[in-house]
Design a protein around this ligand. Structure first.
Ligand code: ATP
Length: 213
Protein backbone atom coordinates (compact mmCIF):
# COMPACT_ATOMS: atom_id res chain seq x y z
CA UNK A 1 0.00 0.00 0.00
CA UNK A 2 1.31 3.49 -0.87
CA UNK A 3 2.08 5.49 2.22
CA UNK A 4 0.81 9.00 2.82
CA UNK A 5 3.50 11.64 2.56
CA UNK A 6 3.85 14.95 4.31
CA UNK A 7 6.59 17.56 3.95
CA UNK A 8 7.86 19.48 6.96
CA UNK A 9 9.71 22.72 6.27
CA UNK A 10 11.67 24.23 9.14
CA UNK A 11 13.53 27.52 9.28
CA UNK A 12 13.68 30.86 10.99
CA UNK A 13 11.52 32.47 8.27
CA UNK A 14 12.72 35.92 9.29
CA UNK A 15 10.77 36.79 7.15
CA UNK A 16 9.18 34.05 5.03
CA UNK A 17 9.72 34.93 1.34
CA UNK A 18 8.71 33.84 -2.16
CA UNK A 19 11.78 31.59 -2.37
CA UNK A 20 10.44 29.52 0.53
CA UNK A 21 6.92 29.17 -0.81
CA UNK A 22 7.99 28.53 -4.43
CA UNK A 23 10.47 25.76 -3.71
CA UNK A 24 8.34 24.13 -1.01
CA UNK A 25 5.35 23.95 -3.32
CA UNK A 26 7.42 22.49 -6.14
CA UNK A 27 9.10 19.96 -3.84
CA UNK A 28 5.81 18.82 -2.32
CA UNK A 29 4.28 18.34 -5.78
CA UNK A 30 7.22 16.24 -6.99
CA UNK A 31 7.26 14.20 -3.78
CA UNK A 32 3.49 13.71 -3.89
CA UNK A 33 3.12 15.12 -0.39
CA UNK A 34 -0.44 15.85 0.61
CA UNK A 35 0.58 18.85 2.69
CA UNK A 36 3.50 21.06 3.60
CA UNK A 37 3.82 22.20 7.18
CA UNK A 38 5.96 25.28 7.79
CA UNK A 39 7.63 25.06 11.20
CA UNK A 40 9.24 28.30 12.36
CA UNK A 41 12.11 27.69 14.78
CA UNK A 42 12.41 29.64 17.99
CA UNK A 43 16.00 30.08 16.98
CA UNK A 44 18.33 28.06 14.79
CA UNK A 45 20.92 26.07 16.77
CA UNK A 46 23.44 26.96 14.03
CA UNK A 47 22.78 30.67 13.58
CA UNK A 48 24.82 32.71 16.02
CA UNK A 49 22.12 35.37 16.34
CA UNK A 50 18.47 35.53 17.29
CA UNK A 51 15.74 36.17 14.73
CA UNK A 52 15.12 39.88 14.29
CA UNK A 53 11.33 39.54 14.29
CA UNK A 54 9.68 37.95 17.31
CA UNK A 55 7.93 34.56 17.28
CA UNK A 56 4.47 36.05 16.93
CA UNK A 57 5.40 38.17 13.92
CA UNK A 58 7.25 35.35 12.14
CA UNK A 59 4.33 32.96 12.69
CA UNK A 60 1.82 35.53 11.50
CA UNK A 61 3.85 36.32 8.35
CA UNK A 62 3.82 32.61 7.43
CA UNK A 63 0.07 32.48 8.01
CA UNK A 64 -0.33 35.40 5.59
CA UNK A 65 2.09 33.96 3.01
CA UNK A 66 0.28 30.60 2.82
CA UNK A 67 -3.30 31.84 3.18
CA UNK A 68 -4.18 31.13 -0.46
CA UNK A 69 -2.63 27.66 -0.60
CA UNK A 70 -4.87 24.88 0.63
CA UNK A 71 -2.13 22.32 1.14
CA UNK A 72 0.09 24.62 3.21
CA UNK A 73 -0.07 24.75 7.01
CA UNK A 74 1.96 26.35 9.76
CA UNK A 75 2.79 24.74 13.09
CA UNK A 76 3.86 26.57 16.24
CA UNK A 77 5.21 23.38 17.85
CA UNK A 78 8.82 24.61 17.97
CA UNK A 79 7.84 28.11 19.09
CA UNK A 80 6.09 26.62 22.12
CA UNK A 81 9.21 24.80 23.29
CA UNK A 82 12.35 26.29 24.82
CA UNK A 83 14.98 27.28 22.22
CA UNK A 84 16.89 25.96 20.35
CA UNK A 85 14.75 23.67 18.22
CA UNK A 86 16.09 20.25 17.29
CA UNK A 87 14.77 18.78 14.06
CA UNK A 88 14.89 15.18 15.24
CA UNK A 89 12.55 15.95 18.16
CA UNK A 90 10.13 17.71 15.84
CA UNK A 91 10.17 14.85 13.31
CA UNK A 92 9.48 12.34 16.09
CA UNK A 93 6.57 14.43 17.33
CA UNK A 94 4.97 14.40 13.85
CA UNK A 95 5.71 10.70 13.43
CA UNK A 96 3.84 9.96 16.64
CA UNK A 97 0.97 12.14 15.53
CA UNK A 98 0.65 10.72 11.98
CA UNK A 99 1.65 7.11 12.71
CA UNK A 100 3.67 4.57 10.73
CA UNK A 101 1.51 4.85 7.59
CA UNK A 102 2.94 8.29 6.77
CA UNK A 103 6.36 9.09 5.32
CA UNK A 104 7.87 12.31 6.62
CA UNK A 105 10.04 14.46 4.37
CA UNK A 106 12.08 17.19 6.04
CA UNK A 107 12.87 19.87 3.45
CA UNK A 108 16.14 21.80 3.43
CA UNK A 109 17.76 24.14 0.91
CA UNK A 110 21.07 23.18 -0.71
CA UNK A 111 22.91 25.77 1.42
CA UNK A 112 22.22 23.57 4.46
CA UNK A 113 24.39 20.71 3.19
CA UNK A 114 27.65 22.12 4.50
CA UNK A 115 26.13 22.52 7.98
CA UNK A 116 24.69 19.04 8.23
CA UNK A 117 27.56 17.52 10.21
CA UNK A 118 26.82 20.05 12.97
CA UNK A 119 23.14 19.12 13.20
CA UNK A 120 22.05 17.49 16.44
CA UNK A 121 21.95 13.67 15.98
CA UNK A 122 22.16 14.00 12.20
CA UNK A 123 22.70 10.27 11.57
CA UNK A 124 19.57 9.45 13.55
CA UNK A 125 17.70 12.13 11.61
CA UNK A 126 18.79 10.73 8.22
CA UNK A 127 17.59 7.29 9.34
CA UNK A 128 14.33 8.53 10.84
CA UNK A 129 12.89 10.65 8.03
CA UNK A 130 13.50 11.47 4.36
CA UNK A 131 15.86 14.41 4.50
CA UNK A 132 14.98 16.11 1.23
CA UNK A 133 17.28 18.69 -0.32
CA UNK A 134 16.06 21.39 -2.68
CA UNK A 135 18.17 23.35 -5.14
CA UNK A 136 19.03 26.90 -4.12
CA UNK A 137 20.20 29.78 -6.30
CA UNK A 138 23.89 30.50 -5.73
CA UNK A 139 24.59 26.95 -4.47
CA UNK A 140 26.00 23.96 -6.32
CA UNK A 141 23.52 21.16 -7.03
CA UNK A 142 23.38 19.10 -3.83
CA UNK A 143 26.05 16.40 -3.64
CA UNK A 144 26.58 14.27 -0.56
CA UNK A 145 29.50 12.13 -1.71
CA UNK A 146 31.96 13.90 0.61
CA UNK A 147 30.00 12.49 3.56
CA UNK A 148 30.23 8.88 2.45
CA UNK A 149 33.26 8.05 4.67
CA UNK A 150 31.38 9.16 7.81
CA UNK A 151 27.76 8.20 7.06
CA UNK A 152 28.25 5.18 4.78
CA UNK A 153 27.01 4.45 1.24
CA UNK A 154 23.40 3.57 2.13
CA UNK A 155 22.72 6.88 3.83
CA UNK A 156 24.38 8.76 0.98
CA UNK A 157 22.20 6.94 -1.53
CA UNK A 158 19.10 7.81 0.48
CA UNK A 159 20.12 11.48 0.61
CA UNK A 160 20.92 11.59 -3.11
CA UNK A 161 17.60 9.97 -4.00
CA UNK A 162 15.86 12.73 -2.10
CA UNK A 163 17.42 15.65 -3.94
CA UNK A 164 14.81 17.72 -5.77
CA UNK A 165 15.73 20.07 -8.63
CA UNK A 166 13.42 22.85 -7.50
CA UNK A 167 13.37 26.15 -9.43
CA UNK A 168 16.14 28.59 -8.58
CA UNK A 169 14.70 31.60 -6.77
CA UNK A 170 17.43 34.02 -5.79
CA UNK A 171 15.95 35.40 -2.57
CA UNK A 172 17.14 35.23 1.04
CA UNK A 173 15.74 36.62 4.27
CA UNK A 174 19.11 38.27 4.92
CA UNK A 175 18.84 40.30 1.72
CA UNK A 176 15.27 41.29 2.56
CA UNK A 177 16.25 42.46 6.06
CA UNK A 178 19.20 44.42 4.65
CA UNK A 179 17.11 46.06 1.94
CA UNK A 180 14.38 47.04 4.37
CA UNK A 181 16.88 48.51 6.83
CA UNK A 182 18.35 50.56 3.97
CA UNK A 183 14.90 51.79 2.92
CA UNK A 184 14.98 49.84 -0.35
CA UNK A 185 12.17 47.92 -2.04
CA UNK A 186 11.45 44.23 -1.49
CA UNK A 187 8.17 43.92 -3.36
CA UNK A 188 9.26 41.15 -5.74
CA UNK A 189 10.58 39.03 -2.92
CA UNK A 190 7.56 38.81 -0.65
CA UNK A 191 3.93 37.85 -0.74
CA UNK A 192 2.09 41.23 -0.84
CA UNK A 193 0.29 40.53 2.48
CA UNK A 194 3.63 39.85 4.15
CA UNK A 195 5.13 43.04 2.69
CA UNK A 196 2.13 44.97 4.01
CA UNK A 197 2.43 43.36 7.46
CA UNK A 198 6.13 44.26 7.65
CA UNK A 199 5.38 47.86 6.75
CA UNK A 200 2.45 48.09 9.13
CA UNK A 201 4.52 46.86 12.06
CA UNK A 202 7.74 48.61 11.07
CA UNK A 203 9.68 45.33 11.10
CA UNK A 204 13.35 45.10 10.13
CA UNK A 205 13.85 48.85 10.35
CA UNK A 206 11.16 49.58 7.75
CA UNK A 207 9.13 52.69 8.35
CA UNK A 208 5.93 51.83 10.20
CA UNK A 209 2.73 52.85 8.45
CA UNK A 210 0.56 51.84 11.39
CA UNK A 211 -1.44 54.46 13.24
CA UNK A 212 -0.52 54.31 16.89
CA UNK A 213 0.68 50.65 16.76
P1 ATP B 1 18.69 33.85 6.15
O1 ATP B 1 19.08 34.67 4.96
O2 ATP B 1 18.20 34.63 7.34
O3 ATP B 1 19.72 32.79 6.50
P2 ATP B 1 17.01 32.11 4.51
O4 ATP B 1 16.49 32.93 3.38
O5 ATP B 1 18.10 31.14 4.22
O6 ATP B 1 17.37 33.04 5.74
P3 ATP B 1 15.68 30.34 6.36
O7 ATP B 1 14.43 30.66 7.09
O8 ATP B 1 16.94 30.31 7.11
O9 ATP B 1 15.76 31.39 5.11
O10 ATP B 1 15.51 29.04 5.51
C1 ATP B 1 14.69 27.95 5.85
C2 ATP B 1 14.98 26.84 4.85
O11 ATP B 1 14.63 27.29 3.53
C3 ATP B 1 16.45 26.44 4.77
O12 ATP B 1 16.52 25.03 4.59
C4 ATP B 1 16.96 27.15 3.53
O13 ATP B 1 18.02 26.45 2.93
C5 ATP B 1 15.71 27.13 2.64
N1 ATP B 1 15.65 28.25 1.72
C6 ATP B 1 15.55 29.56 2.02
N2 ATP B 1 15.49 30.31 0.92
C7 ATP B 1 15.55 29.46 -0.14
C8 ATP B 1 15.55 29.64 -1.58
N3 ATP B 1 15.49 30.85 -2.13
N4 ATP B 1 15.63 28.52 -2.35
C9 ATP B 1 15.73 27.29 -1.78
N5 ATP B 1 15.73 27.06 -0.44
C10 ATP B 1 15.65 28.13 0.37
Amino acid sequence: MTKRKIALFGGTFDPVHLGHTTVAEDAARRIGAEKIIFIPAKRSPLKGFLPKANDKHRHKMITLAIAEQETFEVSDCELKKPAPSYTLETVRQFQNEYGGGTLIHWLVGADSIDDLTYWHEIVELIDTCLLTTMYRAGCEPPDFTKYEPIWGPQRIEKLQQNVIPTPLVDISSTEIRERLAAGRGVTDMLNPSVAEYIRKHGLYGSKSTANGE
